[in-house]
Design a protein around this ligand. Sequence first.
Ligand SMILES: *[C@@H]1O[C@H](CO)[C@@H](O)[C@H](O)[C@H]1NC(C)=O
Ligand SMILES: *[C@@H]1O[C@H](CO)[C@@H](O)[C@H](O)[C@H]1NC(C)=O
Length: 364
Amino acid sequence: MGAGGRTGCAAQRIYCPLILLLLLFTPRVDSSWWYIGALGARVICDNIPGLVNKQRQLCQRHPDLMQSIGEGANEWIRECQHQFRHHRWNCSTLERDHTVFGRVMLRSSREAAFVYAISSAGVVYAITRACSLGELKICSCDTHKRGRASDEMGDFDWGGCSDNINYGIKFAKAFVDARERMVKDARALMNLHNNRCGRMAVKRFMKLQCKCHGVSGSCALRTCWLAMSDFRRTGDYLRKKYNTAVEVTMNQDGTGFMAADRNFKGTTKNDLVYVESSPDYCLMDRTAGSLGTAGRVCNKSSRGMDGCEVMCCGRGYDTTRVKRVSKCECKFKWCCAVECRDCEDTVDVHTCKPHKRPDWLDLT
Ligand SMILES: *[C@@H]1O[C@H](CO)[C@@H](O)[C@H](O)[C@H]1NC(C)=O
Ligand SMILES: *[C@@H]1O[C@H](CO)[C@@H](O)[C@H](O)[C@H]1NC(C)=O
């Protein structure tokens, strides 16, 4: 922004407060590093919209890490869509849109909390894995895991390649959090908190893997290493945290937040937190970034989020019969194949009706 000449605000007593107000209430630019995933192998740091300076510097210094973060982005977005496939908001992305998820993320909602957490978990996961695979110049397996150690089954020797989760966490923190350190407001605090939750979620599911040595697998000697679990574990965990996310409000001095519910006991340290309630996501609403649930498949016999009643927000559903081909009458044939027949059956597929416009809006 230009400084507005030497006279600055003094000469424009009237306009300056106005401009300041406008700046305060203009939604922040919401394109994000998330977009790296859509760029594939074409990561060129200057062309990624939405990187803040610090992120751009890290990008230029570590192009190989950006590659991993980009591949990782597609994975955590897929995991998000898996976790929310039965929800009205289903973590859908917009094609060729720098914001990736659209205007939904402008709101400091529970859904935003989840996306920040899983995206930052995704970066930890992707970088840690790339370190172990030897794909990155700056990191490798965890070299601190050496010598002897023991667990409940006895002594073992560290060996193999332990995942270097601490490096993954360190880089993810530097890169992902950089953007939230630009401003100090409720949203930034919320994002920082949820980013951290995501990073820790990956660490939570590190597990010891061992190989037995000794006479005929007696396991008298073990070599072990620490490995990350499947990313699904992190996804499932964060999804549970989404269900129990805590609404918070800022402190008076703006340095932290507390649970909005005064009866809330304990700390929010390991919880996802959000500031604003969520829209119902029932209808298409461009300003809120909601796609609505018209046309979504629902389950007639479910009472959960995927049930037609909930998914369609009471608008009702259409039913279409579709033919389905599946394998049936499978027989085991000696040796070693399974032979099946193709069977056709029909199933009913239910999809949510669109919103009925009120008559006075009907222009036909
Ligand atoms: C998510 O919902 C949108 C709009 O309701 C729909 O177009 C899209 O196909 C859904 N995506 C998935 C993966 O179900
Ligand atoms: C629909 O919901 C019922 C009850 O929750 C469940 O048993 C069934 O598997 C679901 N059907 C599909 C196609 O998901």
